[in-house]
Design a protein around this ligand. Sequence first.
Ligand code: ATP
Length: 361
Amino acid sequence: MANHLIEIDRVTKIFGDYTAVTETSLTIERGEFLAIMGSSGCGKTTLLRMLAGLEEPTAGEIRLDGKSQNGLPAWERDLPLVWQSLALFPFLSVRDNVAFGLKMRGASKDKRYAQSHVWLKKLELEEFADRSVSQLSGGQRQRVALARALVTEPKVLLLDDPLSALDAHLSVRMQALLRSLQRELGITFIYVTHSQTEAFSMADRVVVMSRGKVEQIGAPKDIYRHPVNRFVAEFIGNVNILRGRVESVENGIATLQTPLGRMAAYAGTVGVTVGNESDFFVNADQMQLVGAQADCNSITAKLLSYKFVGNMVTLYLECEKGEELKVTIPEPAYDSAGLKIGDVLHTNWQASAAHLFHQSD
Ligand code: ATP
């Protein structure tokens, strides 16, 4: 048995003269919850459709359990797909919608109903079994779509933004349900989403794509704390990207001269050359407000606006030369600082909170 459950091996997909996915390689482990994110049109759905057998790669190979899936039609793969639009049959009952997956596989009526019953129970849908799906709420329909996919006990479930039509409250409940189902069943989930919250709260690993290519793969925390390049940093959001000339590198810490003063940033294993210009980033939630400007890793800027995000407040600042900066602080710190728009603030951070990018772009 192959070590990896799924291998996407240098897969390319070209539509006419447009390359939607470019030489993408990715391995997915058994029982893993993998989320795929990226800007609109970057090829997420195309990748999922190729896994499902709804599109054929132009080049490269997709393997499931070591076996090539190229040329295999969707119904011969063990890779069901749950869509955002669900594609349930409105004229069938909940039970028949769920049983449909097994009917396609030639299971007897008794077996179909017995198995459907198990999944209706697991997804708390028993009381709706005889209703038509058109009489259900959005969240209930979503659970029917999941039950229909899971009733065939697939090794892998492909999900294309399944929660995007739900309100925030329901989405959070469905996220918890999906995560616990995935853990309990040990099924591999490949989950395309536009929502960073969904990806980061559920996935073991997150893939960030841009223009048909994988930019970074990693645990949510790694991607959040250590984006490898400017694209990922900007996509994930809450970071400040700065640029400076490297003055020295000592013990893995680079000192840079920037238009905003001297800064130190963690270089780690990144190859940096003294005298070169380099980009580095600082997470906004790693910056603090301090009483006065410090010698290093410190910026003075004017408060332009602010936004509450949960129990944190993001401050939007403008430096003297027009550079913009974000600083995220806990709400109590914001309250006790008594800030007003137009106030001049001093920020500071630890050198270990600033990182040079692994890749320049
Ligand atoms: P979104 O987040 O907007 O759903 P996505 O990352 O899922 O986007 P895809 O649906 O994979 O993007 O599309 C990738 C690119 O390929 C897009 O530019 C899209 O217009 C193009 N594309 C997708 N399917 C086809 C097709 N059948 N024919 C031609 N172009 C296509």
